[in-house]
Design a protein around this ligand. Sequence first.
Ligand code: FES
Length: 105
Amino acid sequence: MGVIHVIDRDGERHTLEALEGWRVMEIIRDWNLPLSGACGGACECGTCHVFVSEPWLDKLHPATEEEEGRLDMLPLTRKNSRLACQILYEPELDGLEVTLAPVSG
Ligand code: FES
């Protein structure tokens, strides 16, 4: 087991235990942080939008076309935007840091 760090929309940093094979979206939601993951990880809602801290960007699998397409539809994206449902936690990601993107609309 490892941990991920999540900075919420108030700027507070949370350290969450993370299980291998879980989606980062599920981990964040399971710890009751405000991330809805409305589509359950089907890449359809964009409510799991996070900003990945710079040092971790290259350690993640690149976004699929499907993820890129969904991100293109979201406001307020940055070059470090990812969908947390598309990031599977694995031991190599121990210490991963993400920031919850602002809720739009
Ligand atoms: S949970 Fe819907 S796109 Fe990630």
